[in-house]
Design a binder for this molecule. Structure first.
Ligand SMILES: [Zn+2]
Length: 246
């Protein structure tokens, strides 16, 4: 049986603590709650790590967060040997916030990269120190120096980042919103979450279920560390934190 976990991080990505009630513990010891602030690995963004705290103060370390039988079911994977909670128990939730904030900054940086590099996306992976986005583009006439400068223009402009929901029909009427070459946003649920950048979405809008910072300025200093050729028509851009090495 699959459960549908209420995803508190979708409404407010800045919630670092919260509470949830245990609805199930699966055969592998995975803990399923009625609601959670833990993001589950999806869309190239790694799931959260953190701690669940029982009423008696004892703690259960969460090593990974993944989705279950369907994308609505979020499973918190405890460290091996952890004592498991009882069904119905209320747990305090706390994510590794410094790690999540880095992932939110990096994930937002990946969106900015798709603005300055408007080609179909063939893959992406968000990391704490480095992220990569692969594009279907024949030639990288964009140098890493030029790309870094354009990214930093978008960061320093401090554009707002916000979400809004559209219907399946609205998405079908605006196919240009989808930037992934092979991955289509889930259809049939009736609504799709758009992540928008800039006043009036002037900079970008695209379907995404991940967590992002609220303004592009929060991304901070980033640069393109490398542009690699991956096959005839694929280019891999690596985004790193900090200034470009001299
Ligand atoms: Zn996103």
């Amino acid at each position: 049986m699959a459960f549908a976990t209420e995803t508190l991080f979708r409404e407010d990505a800045y919630r670092a603590t919260g509470e949830g009630k245990v609805v199930a513990v699966n055969e592998r010891g995975g803990i399923i709650l009625d609601r959670t602030i833990f993001y589950a690995t999806s869309g190239g963004q790694p799931g959260d790590t953190g701690v669940l705290t029982r009423a008696d103060g004892s703690k259960i370390a969460v090593e990974a967060t993944i989705t279950g039988e369907n994308k609505d079911e979020i499973i918190h994977l405890p460290a091996p040997g952890a004592l498991l909670p009882d069904i119905g128990e209320t747990l305090g939730l706390s994510i590794d916030w410094p790690r999540r904030l880095k992932l939110m900054r990096m994930h937002t940086a990946c969106h900015l990269l798709t603005v300055i590099c408007p080609f179909p996306i063939t893959g992406a992976a968000v990391g704490e120190e480095e992220s990569r986005v692969d594009f279907d583009m024949p030639d990288a006439d964009l140098t890493k120096e030029a790309a870094s400068a354009r990214l930093m223009e978008l960061v320093t402009a401090d554009h707002p980042v916000f979400t809004r929901w559209i219907t399946d029909e609205e998405l079908a009427a605006n196919p240009g919103l989808v930037k992934s070459k092979n991955v289509r946003p889930p259809a049939g649920t009736g609504r799709i979450r758009l992540v928008c950048i800039g006043e009036g979405e002037a900079v970008d809008s695209q379907p995404c279920g991940g967590t992002h910072v609220a303004r592009t300025g929060e991304v901070g200093e980033i640069h393109i560390g490398k542009i690699e050729k991956k096959g005839r028509e694929n280019r891999r851009f690596r985004i790193r934190f900090g200034p470009a090495p001299a």
